[in-house]
Ligand binder design. Structure first.
Ligand SMILES: [Zn+2]
Length: 394
């Protein structure tokens, strides 16, 4: 034995001890898709629209979530999150939401069944001073609690709505085609073969749920049983594609489809399976001499606003007349109208205006706009849109 051996042995033992000690200090971390086990509760992400990211259990039994976008490149700042807290003895779960990119945006929503949602009470949410993260305290009893960036409106909810709407008025409900993952993209058509069309689109961007809520309220008026709606549908054909990006919704995406593309930047190229279906539909309508007269695409942003063209549309100033008619009837829903020069940006509203010259509008609802006010306003916008179209010679 050389003189050095005992020293080496002691060094090895010391290093092992240090390693063990430092391992004991590394908080346990659970990758996305694996239940995150804290003392007294677990956090799961095993449901439609879930997005939790890596979950780290800290020594004080709070947990930190590191929520990633679906795509590692540049992406719109819509940091969606959705997870389920499973109680196991604790009276509350303290959860820090951090993001791989962008700041905290959505006020957390809470649900006891994954279907009915409320804003999480103010006393349970603390947004960091720099706006980058938020701490959420979730009171626990015995049942699971869902927490999400916005209400989860799954493809199943869309399917039920489509069936109810189309059945009530005898409209055609069919599968326009499939998403990249093979999920159905549905189309409601009140009068296949009809000539003058109101065209509605929704859910290009998965987290934009307040826009989907407005879409439902708007659609329930247009597909409703009022005298106005029946007169409207006698004269106009309504085509609706309520959910263009089912893969993004199911995957809890921040923005993109499964191909990693923002569908609302692919109108024109139509290179994605979902937008390609729209492109083919437009070509078919053109071939049948059907004319789209009005286009509305539902989204969410940080305020209630309609993005549209200057008054150079056919018919002229149509959107101005429509929104002016609606404004006096709407309260508790401040909204703006912003006109933008037409660019070659391959956004739906640009594309539809450039192809047809028609009024083409992005109907944006604020992320945190009161849902009742958003629904009430959407109903008025639907009624006044029908009236404005009915007043028009086409
Ligand atoms: Zn959007």
């Amino acid at each position: 034995m050389t003189p050095k051996a005992p020293y080496v042995a002691r060094l090895v033992a010391l290093t092992s001890a240090l390693l063990l000690a430092s391992c004991a200090m590394v908080p346990p971390s659970f990758p996305a898709g694996e239940a995150c086990l804290a003392d007294g509760f677990a956090i799961e992400d095993d449901f439609v629209a879930a997005r939790r990211g890596t979950c780290t259990v800290l020594p004080d039994d709070s947990v930190s979530l590191r929520i990633p976008a679906e795509f590692s490149g540049k992406i719109n700042p819509s940091p969606w999150f959705a997870f389920k807290v499973i109680p196991n003895g604790a009276s509350q779960a303290v959860i820090d939401l951090t993001y791989t990119r962008h700041s905290h945006r959505y006020w957390p929503k809470v649900s006891s069944d994954g279907l009915n949602w409320n804003q999480l009470d103010e006393r349970y949410v603390t947004v960091a001073d720099d706006g980058k993260s938020a701490r959420v305290v979730v009171p626990l009893e015995s049942e699971p609690v869902w927490i999400a960036a916005q209400e989860i409106i799954s493809p199943a909810v869309h399917d039920a709505w489509n069936q109810k709407m189309s059945a009530a008025i005898g409209a055609s409900l069919s599968v326009l085609g499939e998403s990249k993952a093979g999920l159905p993209i549905h189309i409601i058509d009140t009068n296949p073969g009809g000539e003058n069309i109101l065209f509605l689109v929704g859910r290009q961007h998965p987290p934009e749920v307040s826009g989907a809520i407005a879409f439902f309220a708007f659609g329930e008026i247009v597909f409703g049983d009022s005298e106005l709606a029946r007169e409207f549908r006698d004269r106009f054909r309504v085509i609706a594609i309520p959910m263009l990006n089912p893969d993004g919704i199911v995957g809890g995406h921040w923005r993109l489809n499964l191909g990693g593309i923002d569908l609302n930047r692919d109108w024109g190229p139509f290179e994605q399976p979902e937008t390609a279906l729209v492109g083919e539909l437009l070509d078919k309508l053109d071939a049948a001499d059907a004319r789209i007269r009005m286009f509305v695409d539902f989204h969410s942003t940080n305020k209630n606003v309609f993005y549209t063209q200057f008054d150079v549309t056919d018919p002229p100033a149509f959107t101005t007349r429509w929104l002016s008619a609606a404004a006096p009837r709407i309260s508790d829903y401040p909204f703006g109208k912003e006109t933008r020069p037409i660019t070659n940006y391959t956004v739906a509203k640009n594309y539809m205006f450039k192809r047809y010259g028609i009024p083409a509008v992005t109907f944006e609802v604020g992320d945190e706009t009161d849902r009742s006010a958003a629904k009430a306003a959407a109903r008025v916008f639907a009624e006044e849109l029908m009236r404005t179209m009915l007043q028009q010679e086409y």
